[in-house]
Ligand binder design. Structure first.
Ligand SMILES: Nc1nc2c(c(=O)[nH]1)N[C@H]1C(S)=C(S)[C@@H](COP(=O)(O)OP(=O)(O)OC[C@H]3O[C@@H](n4cnc5c(=O)[nH]c(N)nc54)[C@H](O)[C@@H]3O)O[C@H]1N2
Ligand SMILES: Nc1nc2c(c(=O)[nH]1)N[C@H]1C(S)=C(S)[C@@H](COP(=O)(O)OP(=O)(O)OC[C@H]3O[C@@H](n4cnc5c(=O)[nH]c(N)nc54)[C@H](O)[C@@H]3O)O[C@H]1N2
Ligand code: SF4
Ligand SMILES: [Mo]
Length: 712
């Protein structure tokens, strides 16, 4: 092509080029980075690019997942019409038809089996408005007690621990802004560098300012490599480790006695119990040397300020609540909470992991973090909803337990919104069997996920590009996600889907909203006076102030930046300390001759949860195309596992086949498999059905397994 021709084509290209910009927030993690989708039309071809947008939390940064998020949202496999299974095959149907069938099925089951034959499984990736509405939908439209959500598998232990200790549960007691000035940071079972990458500059600034950073993780990760000290503990040994640390703080008199006396309950009993803690035994149980345990306790105890962050590494355990409470004991014992540059942070997982656990999706909960078993709370919410208190169901069971109720025949229909439980729940073979046993399953999703494939009706939902609403981020900052991208096909917003089913069931009186802001206005009112009080927050304020941190009881009050400065949220204003045994109340999976290794599970940087979205994104999928098992080379040799070969991993509950990945950064007694893949690569086929007795969290982080070279 000549220069002249090239110039002609370039000019033509420029001439027809149009650019549209859409504001939104990342659909993935709790950082909720603000972003813009830029859509350029070049000679009738659309080109997309995502860029970060300044905001107080992520300061304009995006990670690799955010930058590529539009690839799944704009993917050709997005569902565009409702689908109905006829003779085992999905056929597209109209919304009217789908709603008519749902109405017929739900009503028939209600009449023959009772309301509790129906159930709802929700999500912490939907907006606050949708989470609120889904809770109301289960109780008012279906009249069932069976509702719970995927956050049970995620934030369950941290939320329960915070409620028990502080009397309320906002993940962070301080803001991210305070991190750069703290002196010592403990990162317990959190891989922030790969799971909340845009948070890292806050920690980098702390390190530059001289803070000492300690990471606790059985593996080396980008986060442990960033830390000054890495305690490479045995999976499941975090309660023992925290007990060991507290014992040293007591022995070395590194306590804040004034704080303990004025602000806490239970320390004397805890101190007595601590006499039974033997540091040699702690070193043995955790696999961490006594010297490293001392070093951690002394640095943390001596510094004037400090913070502890926990995430799923210590929380997704059969003693997850106990582990979080035991780490919070360290903060309380040294008076490092409720004051500047100190505090506790449960690093929330999903985009709306915080907000979705406040407004009534949990089975025992009503809006405003109220309790469904509290008479006063029941009357308050029933009145606002315009129903008789006697018609408000009581609490049902947790997420995984709902599948047990299906197996028992008590639950016969389920409505799943924005979750893929076949992959994400423990004992996955059982969960699949249970879902197949349902008389009627409805799934609202962006794609025909593994779970949706089992449904009788699949409803197409809109994505973060199309669906506006509020999300509450890792700091407890409520943010308004603007979204105006044209809706794909005949998909509908999740809030519209909820309303349309409710209306089909004759409940339009309770679900009559013209906009998502109207739902938020109702949420404000129902949360008023509750622990998570959003009454003072309006869309107008969110636009003007770039987010508001709750509690915010009145429109004239500013964000609550730091919690617990004067008092904790229990009626007497004090925090509750408690002792938990090194060995836990529920028997943990133990290694044996048959299952000689410990298995732990988690994430990789480029994939998100069950992978349904990130596996559709070519740029992300390219980083990890399949599941793998990280194994120490010595262990691999001992079990005859060659590099990069297929290996069968077996537990009492099932088997999977994944590729081996030799790595000397993992403990020799432990293997690691991420959970972003499906079918024979789904690591949840190996995880047991046991649950933490306090919060019903599964033990995702410890299984006992055997590994053998795969014959396939
Ligand atoms: N890239 C990516 N980012 C994500 C997600 C994702 O899927 N992918 N998911 C989002 C969600 S919903 C969540 S909940 C968060 C999760 O964020 P994290 O909790 O940080 O992620 P995990 O990888 O599950 O676990 C964290 C670390 O715990 C370690 N660990 C395992 N067992 C133990 C143990 O017994 N004790 C200790 N101390 N550590 C242990 C693991 O080796 C792992 O490095 O991430 C969010 N961000
Ligand atoms: N072994 C093991 N298992 C785990 C964990 C672990 O660390 N180890 N972690 C647990 C944790 S922390 C979590 S949070 C869970 C997550 O478990 P899931 O909730 O099952 O995971 P997701 O992949 O987020 O599933 C979301 C589904 O909703 C769809 N979707 C996305 N956006 C929308 C939307 O706006 N509307 C609708 N209707 N659908 C949408 C997606 O396509 C996808 O199919 O997994 C848990 N399971
Ligand atoms: S840090 Fe989280 S919210 Fe931000 S771009 Fe990455 S995945 Fe999205
Ligand atoms: Mo999560």
């Amino acid at each position: 092509m000549t220069e002249l021709m090239l110039k002609y084509f370039r000019d033509k290209q420029d001439a027809v080029q149009k650019e549209k910009v859409y504001d939104t927030q990342c659909p993935y993690c709790s950082m909720q980075c603000k972003m813009q989708l830029i859509e350029q039309t070049v000679i009738s071809r659309k080109i997309h690019k995502t860029i970060g947008k300044d905001n107080p939390t992520s300061e304009g940064r995006l990670c690799i997942k955010g930058i590529n998020a539009h690839q799944h949202a704009l993917h050709r496999d997005r569902l565009k019409e409702p689908l109905m299974k006829i003779d085992g095959t999905f056929v597209p149907v109209s919304w009217n038809k789908a709603l008519e069938v749902i109405k017929e099925k739900f009503t028939a089951l209600q009449q023959t089996e009772g309301n509790n034959a129906l159930s709802v499984y929700g999500s912490a990736s939907i907006t606050n408005e949708e989470a609120y509405l889904l809770g109301k939908f289960a109780r008012v439209a279906l009249g069932t007690k069976y509702i719970d959500y995927n956050g049970r598998l995620c934030m369950g232990a941290a939320a329960t621990a915070a409620n028990q200790t502080f009397g309320m549960d906002r993940g962070f007691s301080m803001t991210l802004d305070e991190i750069p000035k703290t002196r010592c940071i403990i990162l317990a079972g959190t891989n922030i560098a790969e799971c909340q990458p845009t948070i890292m500059p806050y920690f980098e600034r702390a390190k530059e300012n001289g803070a000492y950073i300690i990471a606790i993780d059985p593996r080396e990760t980008a986060t442990t490599n960033f830390a000054d000290l890495h305690l490479k503990n045995k999976p499941g040994s975090d309660v023992a480790l925290a007990n060991g640390l507290l014992k040293i703080l007591i022995d070395e008199k590194l306590l804040d006695e004034d704080f303990l006396a004025a602000r806490t309950n239970g320390f004397e009993e805890l101190k007595e119990q601590m006499e039974s803690i033997d540091l040699d035994e702690v070193a043995e149980l955790t696999g961490v040397s006594k010297e490293q345990i001392y070093q951690t306790a002394i640095v943390f105890g001596k510094e004037t300020t400090g913070m502890i962050f926990t995430a799923r590494g210590i929380e997704q355990q059969l003693d997850g609540t106990a582990a979080v409470r035991s780490f919070i004991n360290l903060l309380l014992a040294t008076g490092k909470i409720g004051k500047a540059y100190s505090g506790y942070g449960a690093v929330t997982g999903q985009g709306n992991g915080q907000g979705a656990r406040e407004h009534g999706q949990k089975t025992d909960q009503l809006p405003g973090y109220r309790s469904i078993e509290n008479q006063e709370h029941r009357e308050h919410i029933s009145k606002l909803w315009g129903i008789d208190e006697k018609d408000l169901p009581r609490k049902g069971v947790s997420a995984y337990e709902m599948f047990e109720k299906i197996e028992e025949g008590e639950i016969q229909a389920m409505f799943i919104m924005c979750s893929n439980p076949i992959i994400s729940n423990p004992n996955a073979n059982f969960v699949k069997k249970a879902l197949k046993k349902l008389d009627f399953l409805v799934v609202a999703d962006l794609f025909l996920s593994d779970t949706a494939k089992l449904a009788d009706i699949v409803l197409p939902a809109t994505s973060y590009l199309e669906d506006a609403g509020t999300m509450t981020n890792v700091e407890g900052r409520v943010m308004l996600r603007e979204a105006s991208y044209p809706i794909v096909g005949n998909a509908k917003h999740d809030w519209q889907i909820i309303c349309e089913i409710a209306n089909a069931l004759g409940k339009e009186k309770y679900f009559n909203y013209q906009s998502v802001e109207e739902i938020f206005e109702e949420l404000r009112l129902t949360s008023k006076g509750g622990k998570s009080d959003y009454y003072g927050i309006t869309y107008e304020r969110l636009r003007k102030e770039k987010g508001v941190l709750w509690p915010c009881p009145s429109p004239t009050e500013p964000s609550t930046l730091r919690l617990f400065e004067q008092s904790f949220a229990h009626p007497d204003g004090k925090a509750k300390m408690a002792f938990f045994s090194n060995h836990g109340e529920v028997k943990k999976p133990k290694t044996s001759r048959k299952y000689p290794l410990l298995l732990t599970t988690g994430r990789v940087m480029s994939h998100y949860l069950t992978g349904e979205q990130t596996r559709k994104s070519p740029s992300l999928a390219a980083h990890n195309v399949e599941a793998f098992m990280e194994v120490h080379p010595e262990t691999a040799k001992q079990y005859g596992i060659k590099k990069n070969t297929l290996v069968k991993v077996e537990s009492k509950f099932g088997w999977i086949v994944v590729r081996s990945k030799w790595s000397d950064s993992i403990r020799k007694d432990t293997v690691f498999v991420p959970f972003h893949w499906t079918e024979s690569q789904n690591v949840n086929r190996l995880v047991s059905n046991q649950l933490d007795p306090y919060c019903k969290m599964p033990g995702f982080k410890v299984s006992a397994v055997n590994i053998t070279p795969s014959k396939e």
